[in-house]
Design a protein around this ligand. Structure first.
Ligand code: PLP
Length: 403
């Protein structure tokens, strides 16, 4: 990988923050955008823009072609069987809410159970809690060990005749743990239960193949994979999506409307009420092209090397505590140093031009399990370098001396 060439594709990386070169280590929250993604968005607004679907005029047909080509691009990227299985949403959060609503309506009754894990993002906890209140279902939690790995034996014991869905994160946004997703899905299937995979933190970093995993549902956000904000994906096996009712009502998702009776559109449009973010989907497709051209295996290997270097360098710092020591881990490192509050560390690093995230990372139940309030989190992307990790390590050492 030619990192300098990649860095040149991201204009923001050459800016300064407080007079210091920007070191952007907040990729878990959102990634920066390459010029080709922003150009594709601008080009579409300037030369193609028109509302998609049903337009007889030239621009509408062109915009529709681009939008549907983006769906095909996503299908190919995650190796879904058909574009009928690719639903565009606003992001991971909306995808999970959609599923919790539609699956909950059609497939669950009071007393039924959904299994999630201790390391879920709030977006894979709260929608199930809302469903629990609405429908009287209950939520069961897969525990973790001190290394930050799911306890698979305990997982298997959670299944009962009432278990209707498993919903787990592929890669933890706090611990970096890469969960053994194929095994988790296989166990669910042995119990006749479908599985939803939160791939928000895996899609940007590794090859994700929904058929190889045998995932029933999988969700992610464009903005975490070098694409624009406001767009995401819900993948669902057609056999499942066919059985589920619409999430929202409005234009686009209908076949015929009368005041007496409305019939719904076919897949995937049944789940896409209203004007879709057709410009955003073009940006997402461009981002997927961009990382595919670099190569997902190359990206995974490069980031793994970077993370190992980061872990090794950070551990040299006195008082360093790393949260998440699973052997299979992604490019996220959460830590605390001595008694320094994560917020103080983050604020002082910022003054040195280093962008990290601090706090509970939308995973408060995990923080409770770890017995802490929050951490500092450095998360790497394709444009980060070992030199930047050295800047972070020097920065942490400087901050540590102040306390
Ligand atoms: N799931 C995980 C693992 C995440 O890391 C995030 C965002 O940080 C989300 C879900 C929510 O993503 P979004 O805010 O794009 O909907």
């Amino acid at each position: 990988m030619d990192i300098q060439k990649i860095r040149n594709d991201f204009p923001i990386l050459s800016r300064e923050v407080y007079g210091k070169p920007l070191v952007y280590f907040d990729n878990g929250a959102t990634t920066q955008k390459p010029r080709c993604v922003v150009d594709a968005i601008v080009d579409e607004y300037y030369s193609v823009n028109a509302n998609v679907h049903r337009g007889v005029h030239f621009l509408s047909q062109k915009a529709t072609e681009l939008h549907e080509a983006s769906r095909e691009r996503v299908r190919e990227f995650i190796n879904a069987r058909s574009t009928n299985e690719i639903v565009f949403t606003r992001g991971t959060t909306e995808s999970i809410n959609l599923l919790a609503y539609s699956f909950g309506e059609a497939m669950m009754k009071p007393g039924d159970e959904v299994i999630i894990s201790t390391m879920e993002h709030h977006s894979n906890i709260v929608p199930w809690q809302l469903l629990a209140e609405r429908k009287g279902i209950s939520i069961k939690i897969i525990p973790i060990n001190d290394q930050g790995e799911l306890l698979l034996d305990d997982y298997e014991k959670l299944f009962t005749a009432k278990t209707k869905l498993v919903s787990v994160v592929h890669v933890s946004n706090v611990l970096g743990t890469v969960n053994p997703i194929n095994k988790i899905i296989a166990v669910a299937h042995q119990h006749g239960v479908p599985c939803l995979v939160d791939a928000a933190q895996s899609i940007p970093h590794m090859k994700v193949d929904v058929q190889e995993m045998d995932a029933d549902f999988l969700v992610f956000s464009a903005h975490k994979v070098y694409g624009p904000t406001g767009v995401g994906v819900l993948y669902g096996k057609e056999s499942w999506l066919d059985k589920l009712p619409p999430y929202q009502g409005g234009g686009e998702m209908i076949q015929h409307v009368s005041f007496e009776k409305t019939t719904f559109n076919e897949l995937p449009f049944k789940f896409e009420a209203g004007t879709p973010d057709y410009i955003g989907t073009t940006g997402l497709a461009k981002a997927l092209d961009y990382i595919s051209n670099i190569g997902m295996d190359q990206i995974a290997a490069y980031e793994q090397d970077l993370t190992e270097y980061g872990l090794q360098r950070l551990k040299e710092i006195p008082g360093m505590r790393i949260f998440g020591e699973a052997p299979e881990r992604g490019s996220v490192i959460s830590f605390l140093v001595g008694n320094i509050h994560h917020f103080d560390m983050g604020t002082l690093l910022d003054r040195l031009g280093i962008a990290v995230r601090t706090g509970h990372h939308c995973a408060q139940p995990l923080m409770q399990r770890l017995g802490i309030e929050g951490t500092v989190r450095a998360s790497f992307g394709i444009y980060n370098t070992k030199e930047e990790i050295d800047v972070l390590v020097n920065g942490i050492q400087r901050v540590s001396k102040m306390f």
